[in-house]
Design a binder for this molecule. Structure first.
Ligand code: PGA
Length: 257
């Protein structure tokens, strides 16, 4: 982390877990365990139907509600889709976009991720853009090339002013939900590489101020070490964000200097 230049963000991704009726109990436990002062933004990205409940429950303890996906369309006859305006209207401040599970199970292309990113920016929601390589790509030493391509594609046509709203999450696919975390050195190397991609495209200042998160089996035990790396500005946390005590431990770990 480097708090002098950028915000630390601890974001939970609940995926398709939990119920709206469980939010109150979860937040009570989270509040009980949360450090008294904190130095980061805390976000919980819930299934869309739970965003209003999360936005309400998070108000008094400054936990922001986020979505997990958005339509690229503004409005209209797109049955089942949810627009950025609708997410914003029920209180979403952040939204995950291009998660590898959506790329894999729903065939989301880099171009679609770019369109969704733009849709979110247009409505004032901060996109958390996910990128990351497969195990095969890592083994073939294609990691940085592939991740750089994903970052450039996601940010295509987005100017420096709008980049200020964006957050990038580096999530190696082989580390998601597998219990296999990238080492802090591996994660740092790619996050630093992503910052370099931003520097080449936008210049030194935007590169210095964009928050880059790590995601992939981050937990209460390994968070402090990952967050101690200079280019890792927070975490996108799946499994461990479903456990209020573990999630608050990760929030506390982001308090380190
Ligand atoms: P995980 O998920 O922490 O359970 O590995 C991270 C993510 O998919 O965002």
């Amino acid at each position: 982390m480097n708090r002098k230049y950028r915000k630390t963000i601890i974001a939970g991704n609940w995926k398709m877990n939990m119920l709206a009726s469980e939010i109150k109990g979860f937040m009570e436990q989270l509040k009980e365990n949360m450090p008294a002062s904190r130095n980061c933004d805390v976000v919980l990205c819930t299934p869309a139907v739970m965003i209003p409940a999360m936005a309400k429950a998070g108000k008094d303890c400054k936990v922001y509600a986020g979505g997990q996906d958005v339509s690229k369309y503004e409005k209209g006859a797109y049955t089942g889709e949810i627009s950025a305006a609708q997410l914003a209207d029920v209180g979403a401040k952040y939204c995950v976009v291009g998660h590898s599970e959506r790329r894999q199970y729903h065939g989301e292309s880099d171009m679609l991720v770019n369109e969704k990113t733009k849709a979110l920016i247009a409505k004032g929601i901060k996109p958390i853009i996910c990128v990351g390589e497969s195990l095969e790509q890592r083994e073939n030493e294609l990691t940085m090339e592939y991740v750089a391509y994903q970052v450039k594609a996601a940010l295509s046509g987005i100017d420096a002013a709008d980049l200020k709203q964006c957050i990038i999450a580096y999530e190696p696919i082989w580390a998601i939900g597998t219990g296999k975390t990238a080492t802090s050195e591996q994660a740092q190397e790619v996050c630093c590489g992503i910052r370099e991609v931003i520097r080449k495209k936008y210049g030194a200042r935007p590169a210095r101020s964009i928050s880059i998160l790590y995601g992939g089996s981050m937990n209460a035990k390994n968070a402090a070490e990952l967050l101690s790396m200079p280019d890792i500005d927070g975490g996108l946390i799946g499994g461990a964000s479903l456990k209020p005590v573990d999630f608050s431990t990760i929030i506390a770990a982001s308090n380190q200097e």
